[in-house]
Write a protein that binds this ligand. Structure first.
Ligand SMILES: CC(C)(COP(=O)(O)OP(=O)(O)OC[C@H]1O[C@@H](n2cnc3c(N)ncnc32)[C@H](O)[C@@H]1OP(=O)(O)O)[C@@H](O)C(=O)NCCC(=O)NCCS
Length: 203
């Protein structure tokens, strides 16, 4: 899967990436892309979140009924700067035609252990078409090609069956149950921990 040119997917990155972009891949006909966010994504992101409130609010602690365009703008401001400073790496998920589909990213970076959290969401009208799985595959590849992170963790509420299926389909390893690991809207949830680990031979 990682051999050059074997994937139909693509990652668009610029050289403001974490620990120097070494070989960003530019395949020609991807169905789903990930690209770093820009401030100009605010309206699209806001629209996508608003249409998806019922699905996102269950599992995303930042999502709430009064989610506003200002919140989208503020978050994007932070993320564009965080990417530049290599503190977090958040990406928009977009279709080949340029439709905003959702987001995915690497955050909560633990520098000494070269570890990060990996998260994702897809707008409600874009689900069940493989977008999340593709985005996670792209993000994993980007992380291992373009950063020196060795471990990407996906922490999923035990009840979030759809997200666990995404992690499994993208090839993440299920590592076990994490008790009371997540607090979502003031309620404690057990979680399932998944990970991608950089193969030892590649550094
Ligand atoms: C979970 C989520 C990211 C899935 O996105 P998606 O683009 O629909 O996922 P995919 O199309 O890649 O689907 C991958 C697998 O999950 C399954 N799946 C997707 N949504 C599902 C659902 N609601 N119930 C059961 N299975 C589901 C798909 O059927 C597919 O499995 P299959 O090929 O065996 O049928 C999306 O529903 C979402 O954003 N949910 C809310 C936010 C969230 O939970 N984020 C993750 C937090 S850890």
């Amino acid at each position: 899967m990682d051999s050059p040119g074997s994937s139909p997917y693509s990652v668009i990155v610029e050289s403001r990436s974490p620990i120097d972009v070494r070989h960003p891949r530019q395949d020609t006909s991807p169905a789903v892309l990930i690209r770093p966010y820009s401030i100009a994504d605010a309206q699209s992101m806001y629209d996508a979140v608003r249409e998806s409130l019922a699905d996102l609010m269950l599992w995303m602690p930042w999502c709430h009924p009064d989610y506003s365009l200002d919140e989208a703008r503020s978050w994007l401001d932070l993320q564009v700067e965080a990417f530049r400073q290599r503190l977090a790496f958040e990406f928009a998920i977009v279709s080949r035609e340029g439709r905003f589909l959702g987001g995915c990213g690497l955050n909560q970076i633990d520098v000494p252990n070269r570890r990060s959290n990996l998260g994702y969401w897809v707008r409600s009208t874009g689900t069940r078409r493989g977008a999340a799985t593709t985005a996670v595959e792209l993000l994993r590849r980007w992380a291992f090609e373009s950063t020196d992170l060795v471990r990407l963790e996906i922490v999923i509420a035990a009840g979030n069956v759809a997200s666990q299926r995404v992690a499994e389909k993208a090839g993440a390893v299920r590592e076990g149950t994490l008790h009371s690991r997540l607090i979502l809207h003031d309620a404690r949830h057990d979680a399932v921990g998944f990970s991608f680990v950089r193969p030892v031979e590649s550094g």
